[in-house]
Design a protein around this ligand. Structure first.
Ligand SMILES: [Zn+2]
Length: 483
């Protein structure tokens, strides 16, 4: 892979240096050109990864403004290449397509994708990591990553430099769109390892880029006490907080209760559905603009991000193709569909027509901001965020959260559904509010879950299981939605 700045960047540096020395002098031109060459050689040798990330990010900064036909062409070229690559080098896809008599060579247009079979997480997991990895991959140059395991099926996969580069470049693009600039401080909340191990480094955690990432970003683990986490935030004063909305809500509540002032410019929520009351509450408490983000580790991280105008979510079209299906058919604009994803950049562990288990609403409108990237109205939630009632009704976590948050006196809570459909609501109650909370919670549960048996239990603390995403609603019935 080539490294070094893009020609236009080189020209820009050359131009700037020529101006700085003496724009007419031959000697200064010679000096400036030598400096540029030395700089380029330094970048290429010392920071090849950083160069690749900056190069990918620069291309994304341009392509997001392409007209739709130009973007479609770009994506179709990438699609035919990745399908051909998967068929040629990945045993899992070769077997799958041969068994079904599918000809991957005929996948040229975006609409041709429907000719290929859908793939579930269970199927990928059963195939084993070797069968899902491209033959000839240098595993020493890869890191092993895994999904968070919230569905009960942790999926392991290899990540190479290319997918790491695109993942960071996509994050950089959305951060830039939200006003992030170098030397601003970032804070991220994240899953804690159940055994207390140090998280495995990503491929992009090395070199100068890794240094910049580590020193510009602090992490707070979900099992950190909210009061302690809020004090750390007040001390560090991050410009941007990237975190799970349920956990950020806890932090905002703690900050308010304890009178701790935390102010940041931007909050980016991810990992769980963001309801309007949480958006308002954390936005007001931290005096920040809140943007939502939708990402999945197994498809390379960032999938879609809320437009700075808040009109909808932009899909990272250059790296992904999203399909919205219901009963196997593509839904119309504005309708709910299950999200299936094809990655255009994962070559070591290709992902083609992968059932995410998430539900979203696509839009075929143009966005007010002028980006050509396709739009999502919203993410309706993970299938696993639903509770299923006795009479078969699916209640989304967003409805549950909105109703319970209205009850005065509940400090923390969690809703758990067992396999026999019974529901437990764990509540941490403010002093002297027991009878009021129990009375209101019973009524809310009746409205939400009808005849489904519900037990409301008072607890001293709502525990969060290590090694999983922070979830307020967990149902044993919907935890493996994509089998
Ligand atoms: Zn937009």
């Amino acid at each position: 892979m080539k490294t070094g700045p893009l020609p236009r960047e080189r020209l820009a540096i050359h131009f700037a240096l020529s101006r700085a020395f003496d724009h007419k002098g031959l000697q200064s031109q010679f000096i400036s050109y030598s400096v540029v060459l030395a700089f380029k050689s330094f970048l290429a040798k010392m920071t090849p990864l950083m160069c690749e990330i900056l190069r990918a990010w620069t291309s994304l900064e341009h392509s997001q403004w392409y007209e739709k036909p130009k973007l479609v062409k770009l994506r179709e070229n990438k699609l035919s290449r990745i399908v051909e690559h998967a068929y040629r080098t990945v045993p899992f896809y070769r077997r799958l397509y041969e068994d079904l008599g599918v000809d991957p060579g005929k996948v040229k247009r975006l609409s041709d994708l429907a000719k290929l079979p859908l793939v579930t997480r269970k199927r990928l997991q059963e195939a084993g990591i070797e069968a899902r990895t491209a033959i000839g991959t240098d595993l020493n140059a890869c890191t092993m990553q895994s999904t968070s395991g919230t569905s009960g099926m942790r999926l392991h996969f290899y990540e190479d430099q290319t997918s790491g580069v695109w993942s960071d470049a996509l994050n950089l693009r959305l951060l830039w769109a939200y006003g992030y600039r170098p030397f601003q401080r970032l804070c991220r909340t994240r899953v804690n390892d159940p055994c207390g191990r140090v998280p495995k480094p990503k491929i992009s955690d090395v070199g100068l880029w890794g240094f910049v990432r580590r020193h510009g970003m602090k992490q707070i683990l979900y099992n950190t006490e909210p009061a302690e986490a809020v004090l750390a935030l007040a001390d560090w004063r991050p410009d941007i907080i990237f975190g799970n909305p349920a956990y950020l809500r806890l932090l905002a509540k703690s900050a308010k209760t304890n009178g701790v002032k935390v102010k940041c410019k931007t909050i980016i929520t991810a990992g769980q559905l963001l309801d309007n009351s949480t958006r308002d509450f954390i936005g007001k408490t931290f005096q920040a603009e809140v943007y939502d983000h939708y990402g999945l580790e197994e498809v390379g991280g960032s999938v879609a991000w809320e437009c700075p105008t808040h009109y909808g979510y932009h899909v990272n079209d250059e790296c992904l193709i999203l399909e919205f299906l219901r009963d196997g058919r593509t839904v119309a604009s504005g309708e709910e569909g299950e999200i299936y994803i094809t990655s255009l950049t994962r070559t070591v562990a290709p992902i083609i027509r992968y059932a995410t288990g998430d539900i979203g609403v696509p839009l075929d409108h143009d966005c007010k901001c002028g980006r050509g990237l396709s739009l999502l109205k919203n993410i309706q939630g993970r299938i696993m965020d639903y509770v299923i009632t006795q009479d078969g009704k699916w209640v989304p976590s967003i409805s549950i959260i909105s109703a319970i948050e209205e009850i005065q006196g509940i400090e923390q809570y969690k809703v758990l559904q067992n396999e026999d459909r019974t529901i437990q609501v764990l509540v941490m109650i403010s002093n002297g509010m027991e009878s009021q909370v129990f009375g209101e919670a019973r009524q809310v549960c009746l409205d939400l879950f009808g005849d489904t048996p519900v037990r409301i239990l008072k607890v001293d603390r709502v525990e969060h299981a290590s090694g999983t995403k922070f979830r307020i609603v967990e149902s044993a019935l919907t935890k493996s939605p994509v089998e």
